[in-house]
Design a protein around this ligand. Structure first.
Ligand code: HEC
Length: 120
């Protein structure tokens, strides 16, 4: 019984991380980043999406998908939401809610040491 629980928890964990990765790829493929940013940070009138409540983001995306918006500004979102399936929205909102910024491409080498006295 205990093992079953463990396996269950492990599966849940795997499913959640798959959802995150899949959400990320939909986010990149659908061009969401062009307005909301690579790090979901938003820009000017485009809202940031990082770590926002999953429930509310789901509500908004489904509303846009049904061609509903509250103002002209939001109408911009409709074409981007139209083709999303329920699973896409679930994955996307998991990605947004759990978003962690990746810091891979370091610009500077921290281990760099100056040799000699600089040539004076
Ligand atoms: C052309 C620019 C543009 C693109 C591309 C775009 N969005 Fe948006 N998005 C907006 C605008 C504008 C709003 C509405 C801002 C407002 O409420 O004033 C918005 C709102 C949202 C909201 C609701 C946020 C809130 O605070 O209410 C979500 C969620 C969202 N977008 C997700 C996405 C996803 C997911 C994609 C890709 C499938 C995407 N957006 C692509 C411009 C864009």
């Amino acid at each position: 019984m205990r093992y079953l629980l463990l396996i269950f928890l492990l599966l849940q964990f795997l499913e959640a991380s798959q959802s995150y990765e899949s959400g990320k790829s939909i986010y990149m493929k659908s061009g969401c980043y062009s307005c909301h940013g690579i790090n979901l940070e938003g820009l000017h009138k485009y809202p940031y999406l990082a770590n926002r409540a999953k429930g509310y983001m789901t509500y908004k995306l489904k509303r846009f998908r049904s061609k509903l918006s509250d103002n002209q500004q939001q109408e911009m979102m409709i074409p981007f939401a139209l083709n999303l399936s329920d699973k896409d929205i679930d994955d996307l909102t998991t990605y947004m809610y759990q978003f962690v910024e990746e810091k891979k491409n370091k610009k500077y080498d921290d281990n760099f040491k100056i040799q000699g006295d600089g040539g004076s």
